[in-house]
Ligand binder design. Structure first.
Ligand SMILES: Cc1ncc(COP(=O)(O)O)c(C=O)c1O
Length: 353
């Protein structure tokens, strides 16, 4: 089937471009000696997770317990939930999943450590823990090295938990468009994390992993980076928000739309807010990159004097935020050139538990 025959609105993934993005990331991480643990939140697709493993990823990370369950069922054996798991039912599920794979979670409270240990004891499983350190994002994580040490001490005293290292995600820098500001702030974070690492090592801890880093800051790492793992997700697909940073990755993800009305200075398509997210900057049509899009639930509308398209033509929208756009679709259409090569479920679509 040809791409122009796909029923729309539809999520299109250009495999050639995605594979190039994977290769660029792999070459970079190899060159600086940091392992890649791609973030599942961007694609929520176990088939793509396996493509990333085949391309050299050490494992996956994800945001949600329900995503972790899908990944474990699909045979991913090294998994980080890059978040705190605090509800009893989810903690019990994590303890059970830890019997089937090497599972790591982030912690930032003593109560959470106690709850994880109790659940893992019931299952007789081992849960690895990264203590989350807030390096300026102001979301999760403890703020001082003394708090990190106290949690490391507590984890180390638990027979069913293992202290693995630090989670340090600087999400506040991910979309900083000024390269110098991004570079300088990333450097300061590296210094702060080196200090934290030395502080823990001087107290007898092996800090095996320091995990974090987004698509926007991945390439600022060097051979001397304190990070051992990069958790980037969007590098696979890119979007208009990340395009503003002029990174080494290209757009592989599009929303295919059909022109359903033309006239009176309007071009209207069938892809609206239920097919593309607008939580970051606005998406654009590849064919009309300079025209702002007016959205409603089921429609997107362009306004201009002349259009070079006709009713029934297909247009390609470049999402502004790939991760939230993917979550609106049941399937990816994998394409090469103008051919459809597969239709693959977005396995964990809508799973936010
Ligand atoms: C914990 C965590 N790690 C990594 C990322 C990086 O994702 P991306 O590369 O898509 O910016 C995110 C983004 O939300 C995140 O929350």
């Amino acid at each position: 089937m040809k791409v122009c025959q796909i029923e729309t609105p539809a999520l299109i993934l250009d495999l050639d471009v995605m594979e190039r993005n994977m290769a660029v990331m792999k070459a970079f991480t190899d060159s600086v000696g940091i392992r890649l643990r791609p973030h599942y939140k961007s694609h929520k697709c176990t088939s793509i997770a396996h493509m990333q493993m085949a391309a050299g990823a050490k494992g996956l990370c994800c945001a949600k317990t329900s995503e972790a369950a899908d990944l474990v069922r699909a045979g991913i054996e090294d998994l980080l939930i890059a978040n705190q798991v605090t509800e009893p039912a989810k903690i019990a599920q994590v303890a059970s999943l830890a019997k089937c794979c090497r599972l790591t979670v982030c912690v930032d409270s003593a109560q959470n450590v106690r709850d994880l240990e109790a659940a893992a004891a019931v299952q007789d499983s081992l849960i690895c823990c990264l203590v989350e350190f807030d390096i300026g994002m102001g979301r999760c994580g403890v703020a001082t090295r003394e708090e990190v040490l106290a949690l490391a001490d507590q984890i180390s005293a638990c027979p069913h938990l293992h202290f693995e290292g630090i989670q340090a995600y600087a999400g506040h820098l991910a979309h900083q468009t000024d390269l110098e500001l991004r570079r300088q702030a990333s450097g300061e974070i590296e210094q702060a994390l080196w200090k934290l690492r030395r502080f823990l090592e001087e107290r007898g801890y092996e800090v095996k992993e320091i995990s974090g880093v987004s698509t926007g800051t991945a390439m600022l790492r060097s051979e001397n980076s304190v990070y051992t793992e990069i958790q980037a997700g969007s590098y696979l697909f890119m979007d208009t928000a990340y395009n503003a940073l002029n990174l080494a990755f290209s757009n592989s993800l599009f929303v295919l739309a059909t022109v359903i009305r033309l006239g009176g200075g309007l071009l209207v398509t069938d892809a609206g807010l239920k097919s593309v997210s607008v939580d970051q900057r606005p998406p654009v049509f590849r064919e009309y990159p300079d025209l702002p899009i007016r959205f409603s639930e089921e429609h997107s509308t362009l306004v201009a004097d002349r259009f070079s398209h006709a009713v029934g033509d297909r247009l390609c929208m470049v999402p502004s935020h790939c991760c939230t756009t993917v979550n609106l679709h049941d399937f990816f259409y994998f394409v090469r050139g103008d051919r459809v090569v597969d239709r693959v479920p977005v396995t964990s679509r809508g799973k936010s538990l």
